[in-house]
Ligand binder design. Structure first.
Ligand code: MG
Length: 346
């Protein structure tokens, strides 16, 4: 007779960590959903405990975006994977000129994850969504075996209401557009790096992770002619400028002197041979504004609390090229980063 062991996926005692049974679709999963997710997320649509959410119709155009979050560590100075998973997708909607309205969240949990950590991340998610009136209306939970994941991965998808008449798209960027930057760059990437490497600075490096919708709304309501918006995530400012230059078929010229970088971020970059212009942000964006509207747009961003600046302009050619005038007054091509210097940054 062959030896075999029987195991029960539903442990008898109350659990302090995620078990495979929490992804079983049975009683343990129901308990996890009720105790953590329904307790954190108050939306009535979610509390219907239905297969999906039924949403009110909207007369405006809709924007739809999705993003996945695998950041390590899951808690960091200035945020955590929960708030980041809300900011990330809400910011992508904002970049489409859309007010973020609805969010779905899918959790992939690793067996052994501390339930307290999950609860903390879920509550942080709820707070971040509440800040801009974004409703978490549907979700999903799966559990993978110990060692087959890393604590928590989250996917969010969001729907937003487009409030602009003209579309906000890379292809609308024109020669003569001004390039506005909403604040200093690289703080998110440097903050994650400092935690991973145990770096100490005089002041603690804090991620810039934040909602961009309030700033974008102020910009759109200023009636400036906005051609394109792009949030600076992986690959930072350098990646975003190159993406827009390539897609629009224009050139972009920016000046290093006009781009704000905190001394601690510069310091961390020097130590690790990184370029702050390629370092991720999670609460900064660039706006391409039609010539003649840049001062109005700048005033609107400053009025919304941004340390915004005009950092350059769009040129006719060479198509797809980004040029940087350095502190020394020399012009060089600012390439898109070729790989990922800091993996799992968001
Ligand atoms: Mg984006």
């Amino acid at each position: 007779m062959t030896d075999f062991k029987l195991s029960c996926p539903v442990p008898a005692a109350p659990q302090k960590t995620v078990t495979l049974g929490h992804g079983s679709g049975g009683l343990l999963m129901k308990k996890l959903i009720r105790d953590i997710f329904l307790a954190a997320f108050p939306d009535p649509a979610l509390h219907d405990e239905h297969d999906g959410a039924i949403l009110e119709p909207c007369q405006d155009k809709l924007a739809f975006a999705t993003d996945s979050f695998v950041i390590r560590p899951i808690f960091f100075p200035g945020g955590d994977i929960g708030s980041l998973a809300v900011h990330g997708t809400a910011n992508d909607l904002a970049m489409c000129g859309a007010q973020p309205l609805y969010l779905s969240c899918g959790f992939i949990l690793e067996e052994g994850l501390d339930l307290e950590e999950l609860e903390k991340a879920a509550r942080s998610m709820a707070r971040a969504a509440d800040e801009i009136g974004l409703r978490i209306v549907t979700g999903d939970t799966k559990v993978v075996e110990r060692g087959k994941g890393d604590k928590i991965y989250i996917n969010t998808a969001g729907v937003g209401r487009v409030i602009t008449e003209n579309p906000i798209l890379p292809s609308r960027v024109r020669p003569g557009d001004a390039v506005l930057l909403s604040g200093d760059v690289g703080a998110h990437g440097a903050a994650i790096l400092s935690v991973r490497e145990g770096l100490r600075f005089e002041t603690q490096l804090v991620s810039d992770a934040a909602h961009l919708w309030p700033q974008v709304r102020a910009l759109l309501e200023s009636e400036s002619e906005i051609h394109c918006l792009r949030d600076l995530t992986r690959g930072g400012l350098a990646a975003a400028l190159n993406e827009i230059a390539e897609k629009s078929g224009c050139a972009v010229a920016v000046e290093e002197e006009l781009i704000a970088i905190m001394p601690e971020v510069e310091g961390a970059c020097e130590m690790f041979g990184l370029d702050p212009l390629s370092l991720a942000c999670e609460g900064r964006f660039i706006a391409f504004v039609a010539n003649g509207y840049q001062e109005k747009a700048l005033a609107a961003l400053k009025g919304a609390g941004c340390a915004a600046a005009i950092i350059g302009k769009v040129l006719e050619s060479p198509a797809g090229e980004v040029r940087l005038k350095t502190h020394l007054g020399v012009e060089r091509i600012l390439d898109a980063p070729s790989g990922e210097a800091l993996p799992r940054i968001c």
